[in-house]
Design a protein around this ligand. Structure first.
Ligand code: SF4
Ligand code: MG
Length: 328
């Protein structure tokens, strides 16, 4: 059967004085029902834009998005609204995405009204049920967003996203703004809801430690492109792209022998305005050769389901050789 979400050659470009900004520049991936695909990378790599393009909250310059096999790129009006029931989004800052003048109950009921679901009484019952599902009390429906903590507001954002029973939730850095102690609670809630409701997540993050806990598969983005994609185990144990290796080396390692195993990244992320030619990572890559500055690397399948866009993906020394042992 068709993947739940399939994105093909997705791009978002715009012309400015001096060239073209390539915020997202040819991104392809697929996500199955009940699966979590993490999209990771430094800020500005285009991951949030990819999330919005996938729901057509902003319009792509090029590429296709299919939800459950249906191409949504050309849909409008009621047809697009029906597809949106399948896929909802939660944001990094739930306070900014909640209307301060609506009670929490009104905010959660709003998508039901937009989609014409139920009458006032059944919507109120559904709001109580949703609050329970995210670990809040039914009586809290009458309170306003400012009366809640950051973690509780994210729970409210999740309840609102769940209201229309989507199959997919796009989570745009849902825990980045929260205290570390609260992050784990929200991540565990998302995992619990996935198990209970069969949800799929496209989980956007810059923090690989969170991704390690949350994802089934991981796609690593850099300057508008996917550099490497693999199931979580292969990606963490045997990263085949220098950029992924650099990101992994930035995770605090409990074992002192592993610290500094891979050289941390030097320099800044180049601008998406006229990104570097060839491999766009070449300006920071410790393995760059002449070919990298001129020829764009192909997407190499280094193992089943494990792809790396690097000229030397197959030739990179195993991480074990660098560390004396593998990553746990
Ligand atoms: Fe580094 Fe070259 Fe591979 Fe790009 S293609 S990641 S510059 S080695
Ligand atoms: Mg972002």
């Amino acid at each position: 059967s068709a993947p739940l979400l399939e994105v093909e050659g997705l791009a978002r470009h715009w012309a400015v004085k001096g060239g073209t900004v390539r915020a997202v520049d040819g991104v392809s991936f697929a996500l199955g029902r009940g699966e979590t695909l993490a999209l990771v990378g430094e800020s500005g790599c285009g991951k949030s834009t990819t999330a919005r393009l996938a729901l057509r909250l902003i319009e792509p310059t090029a590429g296709r998005v299919r939800i459950d096999g249906t191409d949504i790129t050309g849909l409008s009006g009621g047809a697009m609204r029906r597809m949106r029931r399948q896929a909802q989004i939660i944001f990094q800052d739930p306070y900014a995405s909640l209307n301060p003048r609506l009670t929490v109950g009104e905010a959660i009921a709003e998508p039901l009204i937009v989609h014409g679901i139920g009458d006032a009484a059944s919507r109120a019952a559904r709001v109580r049920e949703l609050l329970g599902l995210v670990g809040l009390a039914a009586w809290q429906a009458g309170r306003f967003p400012h009366e809640f903590s950051g973690g509780q507001r994210q729970r409210i954002g999740i309840a609102r996203a769940l209201a229309v029973q989507p199959a997919l939730i796009i989570c745009d850095e849902p825990v980045s703004a929260l205290d570390v102690s609260i992050q784990a609670q929200v991540v565990n809630l998302l995992k619990d809801l996935q198990a209970r409701l069969g949800l799929a997540y496209l989980f956007i993050a810059h923090d690989l430690a969170v991704v390690k806990h949350m994802a089934d598969r991981v796609a690593v983005m850099y300057l508008g492109r996917i550099m490497e994609v693999a199931d979580k185990r292969s990606l963490f144990a045997n990263p085949r792209h220098p950029y992924t290796r650099a990101l992994l080396s930035a995770i605090p390692q409990p074992d002192p022998r592993r610290r500094g195993m891979v050289k941390p990244l030097g320099g800044d992320v180049p601008s998406p305005l006229n990104p570097p030619p060839g491999c766009r990572f070449h300006t920071r890559c410790p393995h760059a050769e002449a070919i990298c500055r001129e020829v764009e690397p192909p997407d190499v399948e280094v193992a089943p389901g494990h792809r790396s866009a690097c000229h030397f993906a197959a030739a990179l020394p195993p991480v074990e050789a660098l560390a004396g042992e593998g990553l746990s």
